[in-house]
Design a protein around this ligand. Structure first.
Ligand SMILES: [Zn+2]
Ligand SMILES: [Zn+2]
Length: 436
């Protein structure tokens, strides 16, 4: 049985060797080696650097577990002995520091751990396990790349797909939500065309700076005047760039806009409104040509299947206890491309969150009312997935839903959580009706 020490060793390999999106070759090789060692049939280079492990264990349902592997262009400041000092080259050719600031090193380790546990404890389940290690989640391209590379045709269709993300919160606490659990996110880039001129002769120009400023102000009316007060959409202009010098009126400006939404109808409305306003402001300014529009990223809604969520939550509560597994009252505003797998394959899916903060530090911050100030979030250079025995449950939630035998058999390998009553979530006997 793989031990806790094994997981620590694995994350101690992943953390100092992060790789940017679509460059996860070292990580993929480490994953593939480990999966092969425990008996998986491994396919590499699925969608670029993705890895798929297949483990057949008799007749029964197929279950897909997914982890993402990529890191971010962030300079790590955690001070860990094995902190990353890696440099990488981004897609624009810049040298950047690279860090697992979203905790995907944790995800990789958890899924390798769960796969190893299930490969060892084949007496406790039957069916087929599909372990999917996705590249490039941070740029919303990994799921798309794996699907376009034939994921659905080359591997057996699962009955259900599970994913999880480490988040700020006491290590060992698990949170989930039925239905919509994460926002959709869209990033758009607009080029506004004007006519450049000398600063002393503005009459000869079509000033794209003024055009961009008017557009930014008008975009604020989408949420404040077109969306009902009881509904939520976020429209953020994250970047506005124009010009190089104070005595030159430039000939174009760039706007980068991000939209977060929790409902497809509202998402569509916001995107249509943005396009309408940007085009109209360009026309109002007398632009020589319409704006150029590029959709740079799209993360779909993450929607948890109702009945499968109930089954997963019941299994987690039975194992960890009700005090460690709780339901979120609202979706989180983060976004994922995890939802693409289930939506496009026509398969129910469940995505949940595991606390990754040192419990004492988190409780102290909570008591002081300073969680936002004192606890680094994902993507922060001080992000530190809690590497303690209490962090072990990350492997277990993935193994629990796959077990199919009696409650007395253990598949978790954690050495903690000795409660009885663990319940199989996926049984070879039947699939619950889908409910979204
Ligand atoms: Zn992230
Ligand atoms: Zn992430």
């Amino acid at each position: 049985m793989a031990s806790w020490v094994t997981w620590v060793a694995f994350i101690a390999i992943c953390t100092p060797t992060p790789e940017l999106s679509l460059q996860e070759r070292r990580t993929a090789n480490q994953v593939a080696d480990r999966l092969r060692q425990v008996g998986f049939d491994v396919t590499i280079a699925v969608g670029g650097t993705g890895v798929v492990g297949l483990l057949r264990n008799g007749s029964g349902p197929t279950v897909m577990l997914r982890a993402d592997m990529d890191a971010l262009p962030v300079r790590e400041t955690t001070g860990l002995a094995y902190a990353s000092v890696e440099l990488g080259t981004d897609s624009e050719g810049n040298q950047v520091f690279v860090m697992h600031a979203c905790g995907h090193d944790t995800h990789v380790t958890w899924l390798v751990g769960a796969a190893s546990l299930l490969a060892t404890a084949t007496h406790a389940w039957n069916g087929t396990l599909l372990a999917v290690f996705e590249p490039a989640e941070e740029i919303a391209q990994g799921a798309r790349a794996m699907i376009d590379d034939g994921l659905f045709e080359r591997f057996p269709k699962p009955e259900v797909i599970f994913g999880q993300h480490v988040m700020p919160g006491e290590a060992g606490q698990i949170r989930y939500r039925t239905g919509t659990t994460q926002a959709a996110a869209d990033s758009l880039q607009f080029r506004l065309f004007g006519r450049g001129a000398h600063r002393s002769m503005p009459k000869s120009s079509v000033d794209p700076v003024v055009m961009a400023a008017a557009t930014v102000m008008r975009l604020q009316t989408i949420v404040s005047r077109e969306i009902a007060a009881s509904q939520a959409v976020v429209v953020t202009i994250g970047a506005m760039q124009a010009g190089t010098k104070d005595n030159v009126i430039p000939d174009e400006a760039l706007l980068r806009i991000n939209v977060r939404s929790f409902d497809e109808r509202l998402r569509r409305h916001a995107l249509d409104a943005i396009e309408r306003i940007v085009k109209a402001e360009a026309q109002a300014s007398g632009a020589p040509k319409p704006p150029g529009i590029i959709i740079t990223e799209h993360y779909p809604l993450t929607v948890n299947d109702g009945e499968w969520t109930d089954r997963v939550a019941a299994a987690l509560r039975a194992h960890f206890g009700i005090e460690r597994v709780s339901e979120l009252s609202a979706p989180v505003s983060a976004s994922e491309d995890f939802g693409s797998f289930g939506t496009e394959w026509g398969v129910p899916s469940v995505f949940w969150y595991v606390g990754g903060t040192d419990p004492d530090a988190y409780r102290a911050a909570e008591a002081a009312g300073r969680v936002s100030q004192n606890i680094p979030t994902n993507h922060n250079p001080d992000w530190l997935g809690c590497c303690s025995p209490r962090w072990r449950p990350g492997c277990t939630p993935w193994s629990l839903p796959c077990s199919t035998r009696s409650a007395s058999e253990r598949v978790d390998g954690s050495g903690c959580g000795t409660r009885g009553g663990r319940r199989a979530v996926v049984s070879s006997g039947g699939t619950p009706a889908r409910r979204r």
